[in-house]
Design a protein around this ligand. Structure first.
Ligand SMILES: *Cc1c(COP(=O)(O)O)cnc(C)c1O
Length: 344
């Protein structure tokens, strides 16, 4: 049994034995000088997997998203984002800080923005107002409890983008979870975006890193932006090596996370004070409202911690994330802790 059942995030996943071995044995070079063969292999694999011309390894998903926005926009421009999007809420406003563009946020149906509303929010050319240049989509949608944004919706957004000559950046931090849940190949999701970012460091369990994919010229420019942001790393093959293992060995097991998350959601929604629709739990993230007569959310989470169950508060409630290092015993421990504190 794990010392703690850590549901805070899928970023807490520890590297597998096979990842550690790959790290120890990685053949490395200087990636800033362009000769780290392990990074080159990861980038080539990623581009191939996503059906894009080129790829760039980055230290984090936030950096990959920051680079994408910087590369697709100029000052005096505006970016359409979904109101709860990670890129808009959880990345410390790099749009304004780094790219000097303004976000325009739209409401959505569980992460799916209305294409007609997008079209209405594309700015008319005018000296007074910014020019709309980019749309960002996210799938699965983190703050919508890991919702899978439907392909029909994404295709409709792509049509609007094409009609108005806008770019799309796809935040695919968990695109492999989306693909696992929907059965749609990641390439089809990647085809929606001019660029796409995915994380190796979440459910895929690599210790560090994300990958940005897109056209060759875009990636060449992205490489320069990464350097300016301090993301040019030297013998980084030691980190790319577990990334390769993540892509080759870890995608197939994501469905286990989804099954366990569903099991947990089906139990939790029965407890008084918890508002959760288990049907809305499609992948590995469970977000629920919490309303208790005496316990605040921080107090409740502190009590859960005494029972060795870790989770985080989020806007509108509490969030549990299921991942490789959560097994059936962890699920049972969480359910029994809930029962202990909430059963009437
Ligand atoms: C985690 C995450 C990111 C950023 O990844 P970091 O590596 O933590 O910077 C971007 N988008 C989404 C949807 C995420 O969940």
């Amino acid at each position: 049994m794990h010392e703690y059942s850590d549901f805070r995030s899928d970023t807490v996943t520890r590297p597998t034995e096979s990842m550690k071995k790959a790290m120890a044995e990685a053949v490395v070079g200087d990636d800033v000088l362009g000769d780290d063969p392990t990074v080159q292999k990861l980038e080539a694999m990623s581009a191939e997997r996503m059906g894009k011309e080129a790829a760039l390894y980055t230290p984090s998903g936030t950096m990959a998203n920051s680079i994408a926005v910087k590369a697709w926009t100029r000052e005096l421009e505006e970016v359409i984002v979904e109101a709860r999007a990670h890129i808009y809420n959880m990345e410390s406003t790099h749009m304004t800080f780094i790219s000097r563009v303004t976000p325009r946020s739209l409401q959505s149906n569980r992460g799916a923005m209305d294409p007609e509303e997008i079209e209405r929010n594309i700015r008319m050319p005018s000296v007074h107002i910014p020019r709309t240049s980019l749309i960002c989509v996210e799938n699965t949608h983190n703050n919508w409890s890991g919702a899978v944004v439907p392909m029909d919706n994404l295709k409709a957004i792509r049509e609007i983008a094409d009609k108005h000559e806008l770019m799309i950046h796809f935040d695919g931090a968990r695109v492999f979870n989306a693909s696992t849940a929907s059965g749609i190949p990641v390439k089809e999701y990647a085809a929606i975006g001019d660029s796409l970012m995915f994380c190796l460091s979440k459910g895929l369990s690599a210790p560090v890193g994300s990958v940005l994919v897109g056209p060759k010229e875009f990636i060449a420019y992205a490489r320069r932006v990464r350097k300016v942001l301090g993301g040019g790393l030297r013998q980084v093959g030691v980190l790319a090596a577990p990334g390769i293992v993540a892509l080759t060995e870890m995608v197939g097991r994501l469905k286990e996370d989804h099954e366990r998350a569903k099991k947990l959601a089906l139990s939790l929604h029965e407890f008084p004070g918890i508002s959760l629709n288990p049907d809305a739990v499609q992948t590995n993230i469970i977000i629920f409202g919490f309303d208790h007569p005496t316990l605040s959310i921080p107090e409740f989470l502190a009590k859960m911690k005494e029972r060795r169950v870790l989770a985080l508060a989020t806007t509108g409630g509490i969030r549990f994330v299921v991942h490789k290092d959560i097994d059936d015993e962890d699920i049972d421990r969480a359910i029994s802790a809930f029962r202990n504190f909430l059963a009437q």
